[in-house]
Write a new protein. Structure first.
Ligand code: NAD
Length: 253
């Protein structure tokens, strides 16, 4: 396991916090060269420094998933630095306040689709041609259980994550014959900065979610990261267009 990703170049968007940070930590400890992209410069630099201290090759690149030019430059910079791109984890995403569909404002709608859906499409737009040139590659997109079933009060988020699942399946079908696999991971409620923010004003919510979960607990970022790393790795060499739920059985009910 130690050197499972030795010689592999992996890009992780939203790698400064939460699930992305857990993915970076695991990739680094298993031999990958990791490029961390985020809008949070200080936090991202810190994650890269910790990975380097542990002996990995890691660098931070500031890139905003709302900016096509940033994403194009991010992929270019990665390839210029390391000569290739073996895996890409399109993880950056944002949430919104709990609101019934009819109450959602246009600004919130646009912001969520811009980052969660258009951002993932733009990442793949630039990652795929590089992987096709190499004749191999693996992309993992962070969707959500909200990309598989309806989520009350999370309309824009659920729409964006259903979109990510649609993009993932389509890319898998289009690019599989070129040696590129594209999969999605669908976590339920995971203890991260995002989850903490979404509890604001609803202290009762965490307890309710835990009660409704078959395993009676929230997920941890590392548990999602393990699923992501498996899909990235050669161990999943015939897995393509899959949505891996990491939800403690939530969507099995
Ligand atoms: N935490 C959960 O319960 C949960 C559940 C299902 C799916 N997810 C998904 O997992 C992914 C990671 O979520 P998390 O809980 O770790 O969130 P988080 O808020 O803890 O971390 C998200 C990271 O993305 C970065 N980011 C946000 N907007 C960005 C932008 N425009 N450009 C670049 N980077 C940006 C943030 O700075 C942050 O570092 C997201 O796509 C999220 O939708 C999370």
């Amino acid at each position: 396991m130690g050197e499972q990703f030795a010689g592999k170049v992996v890009l992780v968007t939203g790698g400064a916090c939460g699930i992305g940070r857990a993915i970076v930590e695991r990739l680094a400890s298993r031999g990958a060269s990791v490029v961390i992209a985020d809008i949070l410069q200080k936090e991202g630099e810190r994650v890269a420094a910790v990975a380097r201290k542990a002996g990995a090759e890691a660098r931070f690149v500031r890139a905003d998933m709302r900016e096509a030019a940033d994403i194009r430059a991010l992929v270019r910079e990665t390839v210029a630095a390391y000569g290739r791109l073996d895996c890409a984890v399109n993880n950056a995403g944002v949430e919104h306040g709990l609101q019934a569909l009819a109450e959602v404002g246009e600004e919130d709608w646009d912001r969520i689709q811009d980052i969660n859906l258009r951002g993932v499409w733009l990442c793949m737009k630039h990652e795929l041609p590089q992987m096709v040139r190499q004749g191999q590659g693996s992309i993992v997109n962070l969707a959500s259980t909200a990309g598989l079933v309806g989520m009350p009060l999370l309309g824009p988020y659920a729409a964006s994550k259903h979109g990510v699942v649609g993009l993932t399946r389509t890319a898998a079908v289009e690019y599989g014959r070129m040696g590129v696999r594209v999969n999605a991971v669908c976590p339920s409620f995971i203890r991260t900065e995002m989850f903490e923010r979404s509890l604001t004003g609803r202290p009762d919510l965490a307890e309710k979610l835990v009660k409704n979960s078959p395993m009676r607990r929230l997920g941890e970022p590392g548990e999602v990261a393990e699923g992501v790393l498996w899909l990235c790795s050669d161990a999943a060499s015939f897995v393509n267009g899959h949505q891996l739920t990491v939800d403690g059985g939530m969507t099995a009910q």
